[in-house]
Design a protein. Structure first.
Length: 338
């Protein structure tokens, strides 16, 4: 279209006139085609480089890399999907991006040490884990603003977050003390703390709201907890460095990244058994799945790459270079979280 326009300009207008008209035409082209192009942007956090990489999902090409606050580890969309929040841990801020384009919308400073972040299912609470500060900050959320309700002191290095379906409780893994704590969201008080395996990391609530799955990063298994009785009911052997979770989006399967074993395990949520394994060298960490359930993207913490996996064959089909220690990953055409 642009080529035809320029050819037309050459035949009917002077070059100077064409150059004056060209910016307006470019804006029209962006308006016409921008949405579909932006929907393919993959956002990758390079925690070791304090940067964000943007990748075109269709072509696997890097579109842009830009600086953000130090140690951007995790990210998530706001409940209305109008913003994507990047948590800059040692930068002590939240950076809001356009989830379609990756462009910076605004920055919210003074959010101390936001390592992992999460919204409660009822969208009334925002929780930020302060890994290096040994505390959890609980905020009221009104759809746009965050209002600090309370800072909750925990033992050592609060890591990942899960919520119950009723939005009454936030469950926090603590890597330094090998524990899981339950925080009552209404009172912002710790309800209970229980010991788990060595270096607990990712935590996932099953779709039936009955069990918590905890990745035991210091070992090779997922610990299954009946959170209402605070008892371990099962261990699921996955692989060394069991770390993080990503549901397939069908309420049937969940994936577990095993960073040391260089594998991703597939767990059947009905039987709580491993039913598959994917070889992914490079230290697989955070995962994202397309809304059709056919493709997974995962960051590789040790190799400065992102792997693209065909979930119909469970094979890596593409490796894409990014920055140092890539961690969180997101794209807007994503599968559901359960």
């Amino acid at each position: 279209m642009l080529h035809r326009f320029l050819s037309s300009c050459q035949s009917r207008l002077s070059v100077s006139t064409a150059l004056r008209v060209l910016p307006a035409v470019m804006l029209l082209l962006l308006a016409a085609f921008g949405t579909s192009a932006h929907a393919t942007v993959v956002v990758v956090l390079n925690s070791g480089d304090a940067s964000v990489s943007l990748i075109d999902q269709a072509t696997y090409q890097n579109i842009n890399t830009f600086s953000v606050g130090k140690e951007p580890h995790h990210l998530m969309a706001t409940p209305d999907n109008k913003s994507l929040i990047v948590a800059s841990a040692t930068g002590n801020q939240l950076i809001f991006l356009d989830p379609k384009t990756g462009e910076i919308q605004r920055q919210l400073r003074g959010i101390m040490d936001p390592y992992q972040i999460g919204f409660s299912p009822d969208q009334k609470w925002f929780v930020a884990n302060g890994l290096r500060l040994d505390r959890v900050d609980v905020y009221h959320y009104d759809g746009h603003n965050l209002d600090l309700a309370k800072r909750v002191r925990l033992a050592r290095t609060p890591s990942h977050i899960a919520f119950d379906a009723g939005s009454t409780t936030a469950f926090i893994t603590q890597q330094g003390s090998d524990e899981v704590s339950a925080i009552d969201l209404a009172s912002q008080e710790v309800k209970w703390t229980m010991p788990v395996g060595k270096l607990p990391a990712g935590i996932f609530m099953t779709p039936d709201d009955k069990h918590l799955l905890v990745g035991i990063m210091g070992k090779d298994y997922v610990q299954v907890i009946d959170w209402k009785t605070q008892k371990t009911v099962k261990t699921i052997k996955t692989g060394e460095g069991a770390h993080n979770f990503r549901a397939h989006g069908d309420k049937r399967y969940v994936y577990v990244s095993n960073r040391v074993a260089n594998t991703i395990s597939v767990i059947d949520l009905q039987t709580l058994e491993v039913v598959g394994s994917i070889s992914v060298p490079g230290g697989p960490d955070c995962m994202e799945i397309t809304d059709d359930g056919k493709t997974m993207w995962t960051t590789l913490r040790w190799s400065k790459k992102v792997a693209v996996i065909d979930l119909t064959t469970n094979k890596v089909i593409k490796l894409i270079p990014v920055g140092r220690s890539p961690h969180g990953i997101y794209f807007i055409n994503r599968a559901a979280d359960l």
